[in-house]
Design a binder for this molecule. Structure first.
Ligand code: FMN
Length: 329
């Protein structure tokens, strides 16, 4: 096994793949440092891109960074290398999340390689899906994808799906009553109004999807104050197909694992022709998060509610340029 010397073009191309990852409100809370003297790429979380009101423990921030780390691993496989990852977060150095070395070219992960074409195609789709049921073998493949990253994907039955929807509605009410949460969402959404933040981050209005006539599906409404005049309304699927991503423990290391698993499941789903959207709203309220868990499963801590189905794929949202998130040292 030989360690690959890190060149600027190689590392830049890996980070281009990494930053396609999903992140809460598209805040892109990651920083990469390439240590050329030791040929290590460091992943750091960026607390300035945190969500104090919605994510005070920074769990979602870790998930986004874990997803970016998974994109980097795929990029390495695509370039004939194996990314050897060491997950690091410790209380005394809590924002240094991981170190990555590139090895190879002998031990490339073919499964990761196959996911590379899905990286630019995966988008969050807040559009209605059809009622077509997902075949069980496709669901099994998604479960396997989560397991490969040390996490569990639980597909709840009808009864628990209904109860998740009720909890989502509760979280919508909590959110509507919380001025700090509403201000945070406004700061990370882009409707074209003057004085909004940078266009390379946040959720643009074209990605909000239509309003739901009667809310049957767990899709977050990023425009509940109705700032976008031309936004249409639509009926969403009556029987949403959801899955709960979880881990056995609830600490920064497991959050980074969950982020990698999340991205792996989403990319696998994209290759299988599925559209996906994410829902963390009920997980942002401690009094609701524990109720989301499927009582019949062994998953102790849920990190994401995924919505899966057949429908529009959604459009790409902007990303900050690599030069803003990668430094060489
Ligand atoms: C931890 C986390 C939480 C998220 N929560 C939600 C959510 O509650 N509702 C939603 O519609 N999208 C959610 N998303 C999706 C992001 O909004 C989306 O990834 C981001 O806007 C970038 O867009 P893209 O996924 O199309 O690349 C979440 C993503 C992550 C990683």
């Amino acid at each position: 096994m030989s360690i690959t010397a890190l060149t600027r073009p190689l590392v830049t191309s890996l980070i281009e793949d990494a930053v396609t990852a999903p992140s809460m409100h598209n805040a892109q809370p990651w920083k990469f440092v390439c240590r050329t003297s030791t040929d290590v790429i460091e992943l750091h979380g960026d607390p300035l891109r945190g969500m104090p009101a919605e994510d005070p423990d920074h769990r979602a921030l870790h998930l986004g960074c874990g997803a970016a780390l998974f994109g980097l691993r795929i990029g390495a496989a695509h370039r004939g290398r194996h990314a050897a990852v060491r997950l690091l977060p410790r209380p005394e150095d809590r924002w240094h999340f991981a170190d990555v070395e590139l090895h190879g070219p002998d031990d490339i992960d073919r499964d990761l390689l196959a996911l590379h074409t899905a990286l630019p195609r995966r988008h969050t789709s807040r559009f209605p899906f059809t009622e077509e049921r997902i075949p069980s073998e496709v669901i099994d493949g998604l479960r396997a994808a989560a397991l490969l990253e040390g996490c569990q994907l639980v597909v709840p039955g009808d009864w628990h799906t209904d109860s998740v929807l009720e909890i989502v509605h509760d979280s919508e009410r909590f959110e509507a009553a919380d001025a700090a949460v509403r201000a945070e969402i406004a700061a990370w959404t882009r409707t074209g109004a003057p004085g909004e933040g940078s266009e390379t981050e946040g959720i643009p209005s074209y990605a909000f999807g239509p309003r739901q006539y009667d809310v049957t599906s767990p899709v977050r409404d990023f425009d509940s104050p109705r700032r976008v005049a031309e936004r249409t309304s639509a009926r969403f699927e009556k029987r949403p197909q959801i899955a709960l991503l979880g881990t056995v423990d609830d600490n920064p290391r497991h959050w980074l694992m969950a982020g990698q698993a999340l991205h792996r499941v989403l990319l696998r789903a994209t290759l299988d022709g599925l559209s996906t959207s994410l829902m963390s709203q009920p997980l942002e309220w401690s009094e609701l998060r524990s109720a989301i868990r499927d009582p019949a499963s062994t998953t102790a801590f849920v990190h994401m509610v995924l919505r899966l189905g057949y429908g529009p794929q959604g459009r790409a949202t902007p990303r900050r340029p690599v030069s803003e998130v990668l430094t060489f040292d």
